[in-house]
Ligand binder design. Structure first.
Ligand SMILES: Nc1ncnc2c1ncn2[C@@H]1O[C@H](COP(=O)(O)OP(=O)(O)OP(=O)(O)O)[C@@H](O)[C@H]1O
Ligand SMILES: [Mg+2]
Length: 330
């Protein structure tokens, strides 16, 4: 079997407390997953689950108070957790592209699109400026930016929000990375633009052979946009599998709740379902299932022991109900 492009193993990340006597509690708690070349993987979970922290921990572009306490991140065979800042910058700039929620995080407001795109292309390819300009135009066409020749001379503020995010995607693709990490890439856009930009991003990654880690809190956005899905809850991956299998046959009560809450699952006039309660923060977590406080099926064992994710490559979830069901089957 081919080796994964990205492998995250038992990743624990915490924030150094501002108070000397306060313990540093893990916010990411043993995250494990693999991502293969050209694969589109969605990372889904509600606000505060740790999605952005996971994305930024992979490339160590996180808050200065964050620390990887334990675990490994292997990308293209290299241990990212052991690289020097300069080596990491090179990987971030060349092999892993980022697309953030706010396009202005990626774009420099004081440079024209031409200056930014050319700088980006020439930083990793030995071609002339004229050739780089052709590549830049090609990338802008790929993301459906109208009149790309004229756009090249413009500054980011002269583009619409949707065009700015498409320019960001063009820039990320221009690096010819092996992986793009996109954190809520469409949530700052209006609803009509969201679907278009999402489809462009996933389609272009697919056609350019670039792997995608797509972060969102909206499961409905990724249903058709990803090959595989990771469901995150309170700093852990609680379910993973091929997206269509996971959506049609969710195993974890949390994923089942997310699916039940999708607008398309309710009839017109019906109130939308909401998972009751709130996700606990890291300080509130104990040695039990983090979802037990909201789970209608929670039983004694769920309050006594943290469930673990079964090993393997297929569809799987970390839930005591499933282990109990499997034990019953045997
Ligand atoms: N600098 C920080 N110091 C302390 N805690 C932090 C810091 N940044 C994030 N956290 C905590 O880490 C947890 C995960 O945050 P993260 O931003 O990864 O969530 P998220 O899943 O991306 O949420 P959202 O969907 O709202 O973007 C949250 O509980 C948050 O409060
Ligand atoms: Mg986030």
């Amino acid at each position: 079997m081919t080796s994964p492009l990205l492998k995250v193993t038992d990743l624990h990340v915490n924030f150094i407390s501002r108070w000397p006597n306060e313990p540093n509690i893990d916010v990411l708690r043993g995250v494990c997953f693999e991502l293969y070349r050209g694969e589109r993987v969605a990372l889904v979970g509600e606000s505060g689950a740790g999605k952005s922290l996971l994305a930024t921990s992979i490339i160590q572009l996180f808050d200065s108070s964050a620390r990887i306490r334990q675990g490994q991140v292997t990308f293209e065979g290299q241990q990212l957790t052991q690289l020097k800042p300069k080596q990491l910058r090179q990987i971030r700039g060349r092999r892993i592209g980022m697309v953030f929620q706010d396009p202005m995080t990626n774009l420099n407001p004081s440079l024209t699109l031409e200056q930014q795109l050319l700088e980006c292309i020439l930083s990793h390819r030995s071609i002339s400026r004229a050739e780089a300009r052709l590549v830049a135009l090609h990338k802008l066409r790929q993301v459906h930016i109208p009149a790309p020749e004229a756009r090249l001379q413009q500054y980011p503020h002269q583009l619409s929000a949707g065009q700015r995010q498409r320019a960001t995607i063009a820039m990320a693709l221009a690096l010819e990375p092996a992986l793009i990490i996109a954190d809520e890439p469409t949530s700052a856009l209006d609803v009509t633009m969201q679907a278009e930009v999402m489809s462009l991003l996933t389609h272009l990654c697919h056609s350019n052979g670039v792997a995608l880690l797509l972060i969102t809190h909206d499961l409905s956005l990724v249903a058709h946009a990803s090959d595989r899905c990771l469901i995150m809850y309170a700093g852990q991956i609680v379910e993973q599998g091929p997206t269509s299998v996971l959506i049609n046959d969710a195993q974890h009560p949390y994923t089942q709740g997310l699916i039940k809450a999708l607008p398309q699952m309710s009839s017109p006039g019906q109130t939308l379902f909401q998972i009751p309660g709130q996700m606990p923060v890291a300080q509130e977590l104990g040695n039990h299932c983090a979802f037990a406080t909201r789970c209608e099926f929670a039983h004694d064992r769920c309050w006594q022991q943290t469930p673990t994710m079964p090993t393997g490559n297929g569809h799987r979830a970390s839930c005591h109900l499933l282990t109990a069901a499997q034990a019953g089957d045997e």
